[in-house]
Design a protein around this ligand. Sequence first.
Ligand SMILES: [Zn+2]
Ligand SMILES: [Zn+2]
Ligand SMILES: [Zn+2]
Length: 342
Amino acid sequence: MLNDLRKDYLLDRWVVIATHRKQRPRDFLGKERASREISNKRSCPFCPGNERETPPAVLVYLKSRRGIVKGRDEDGVRHKDWLIRCVSNLYPAFSPPEKRESFKSGKAVGHHEVLIESPNHSEHPSVAKIEQLVHVINGYRDRLKDLSSRNYVRYVSIFRNHGADAGASLSHAHSQIIATPTIPRILQNELEASKSYLERDGSCAYCNILDSESGGPREVWENQRYFAFAPSAAVHPFELWIMPKNHETTLLDFDGSSVIKLAEAMRTCLGGLSSLLNDPPYNFGFHIAPVADAKHYHWHLEIYPRLSIWAGFEKSTGMYINVVPPEDSARNLKSTIEKLGD
Ligand SMILES: [Zn+2]
Ligand SMILES: [Zn+2]
Ligand SMILES: [Zn+2]
């Protein structure tokens, strides 16, 4: 019996679903997780009390009697008792243009920030309180709005590396935000493909993906606003996408009640992944419409567990081999989430 060769919904990206080499969740357990991370809380620059070890915060959420107050560190003062805190990366990949210097092509102009998700070192989204995750998502939205308004920014990437094997150098719960002067390739490809899809079919490609995956073998979880599923041409074992059911182009398109529902979706799906695979390393990234509006685009969150190492074939061809059929990963994730909910 031949393996499936599947193409991504929109991208020109192909994956072999290697059912002969098929692996089960337990095959990924018990693997030694690399521990290059700094996990000692006293030496953690993101823990409360160590605020001076980071650049000043561009955004903090503070508790007050009237609810959340937003602020930033100024004049050498570092806010204490914050709920979330966003600072410039100490080793930025992209930096703002210097004064009076306008946009220069060929230079990595932009921003590179770290959003510290909680004062609690280990409050990762898989275990976070919903109200804390709501602050995190609102923090993403605030930074997205601010960074999008700069004339040298074309795209804002919001992503998370979890675990040393996924590139996290610090284990304190944090996400990263990078604002770039060009639209990154994968986004550009998704934007172009969804635009021509709309011109051809008169409807949104992603709304159609939702319709066709809903109730199917790759469905994982849903609430009123969000749908989670394993994409049919997943390139990573246990890859998972979360998509808004409404047609929304970016994280600024929805209101506060959706933020709570998104927090629930992230908490549930990442909690399920963590429980099924013993807190695996993963990356996630939001795919959103760029600064200039693109009404044909439909934002989504892509989550990639890092359980297999891409070798020569993947690196040299851009074609992939996935040893866990997405139908299997969806079934396992779904039943794990159901058990956790009991
Ligand atoms: Zn810490
Ligand atoms: Zn749509
Ligand atoms: Zn995408």
